[in-house]
Write a protein that binds this ligand. Structure first.
Ligand SMILES: Nc1ncnc2c1ncn2[C@@H]1O[C@H](COP(=O)(O)OP(=O)(O)OP(=O)(O)O)[C@@H](O)[C@H]1O
Length: 267
């Protein structure tokens, strides 16, 4: 049993089905349109995704017909020049915003069409978020920050804290559990954020410039950690980055330009 298996104490996919408070995709089965459920094993499907912003200066076509599939265990970088639509795409995958047209499906659930409370559930249960600026709660301890997404979904507190402890140990910062985030270095804070992203065991981790605030060696360590953990857990990691070196170390790099996929490169 490796260190990641010890989080579960058993086969990972088996334990995912039985984790307390686990979101059940079956709850939304009646909402899935046939044309969205294409024959694909992808954990995440994006179909004809478009986003139009209306501004005082006029209409901005931020995304113009994006089609992408993401598999389990795949690490993908989204790259492209400023304004090409990277953040808009990540926000739509993360169900933080709604598309103007098209659909995002996660594990067969067409998440863009869900109502607000269903989308909140999807964000909590199916997606882990890692941000450039860590987004930790500074008045809470490190361990409570990690456990927070599980508390929101009303999971057993003792089990959550136990899992948070194990995650922090894997991140190499178990001794920081009762510190406040402000007492940690940037790299340590990002490790806390990665642990938090894994607490609800989501199939997808979205990372927005996860190494953007770190020096290159700390950034590389955080990247390696994210990479190793997510591979061992067989999760899908989608990372927006301006760092072209990192984009060559992932499985696939998707290049956006003017709101469209310009090219995809498999490394
Ligand atoms: N809330 C908004 N309202 C209006 N226009 C927006 C909004 N958000 C983004 N845009 C526009 O949509 C386009 C895509 O922006 P987006 O932030 O997705 O690009 P990006 O590739 O992430 O850029 P960067 O690398 O600079 O972060 C840009 O033209 C931007 O000005």
């Amino acid at each position: 049993m490796n260190c990641v298996d010890s989080l579960y104490g058993c086969d990972q996919d088996e334990s995912r089905k039985t984790l307390p408070g686990r979101y059940s995709p079956a709850a939304f089965e009646h909402k899935i349109p046939d044309d969205v459920l294409a024959s694909s094993n992808a954990t995440l499907q994006i179909r004809d995704l478009a986003k139009v912003y209306q501004t005082a200066a006029g209409t901005v076509n931020a995304l113009r017909g994006i089609n992408l599939d993401f598999q389990r265990g795949e690490m993908v970088a989204i790259v492209g020049p400023s304004g090409s639509g990277k953040s808009t795409l990540l926000n739509l995958i993360g169900v933080l915003d709604r598309p103007s047209s098209g659909e995002v499906s996660i594990e067969g659930i067409p998440v863009s069409s869900l109502n607000d409370s269903e989308q909140a559930l999807v964000r909590n249960q199916l997606i882990g978020f890692v941000f450039q600026s860590y987004n930790l709660i500074h008045r809470s301890t490190v361990i409570n920050n990690v456990a927070l997404p599980g508390m929101i979904s009303h999971r057993n507190r003792r089990q959550l804290l136990d899992r948070a402890r194990k995650l922090l140990s894997i991140m190499g910062i178990a001794d920081k559990s009762h510190c406040r985030p402000s007492q940690l270095s940037g790299g340590q804070q990002q490790r806390v954020a990665i642990a938090r992203s894994l607490i609800n065991d989501p199939p997808i981790i979205l990372a927005d410039e996860p190494t953007g605030n770190l020096d290159s060696s700390t950034g590389q360590e955080v990247f390696d950690l994210l990479c190793t953990l997510t591979r061992q857990l067989n999760r899908t990691v989608i990372m927006v980055t301006h760092n072209l070196e990192l984009s060559q170390l992932v499985d696939r790099a998707v290049y956006l330009r003017d709101g469209m996929v310009e090219r995809e490169i498999r490394n």
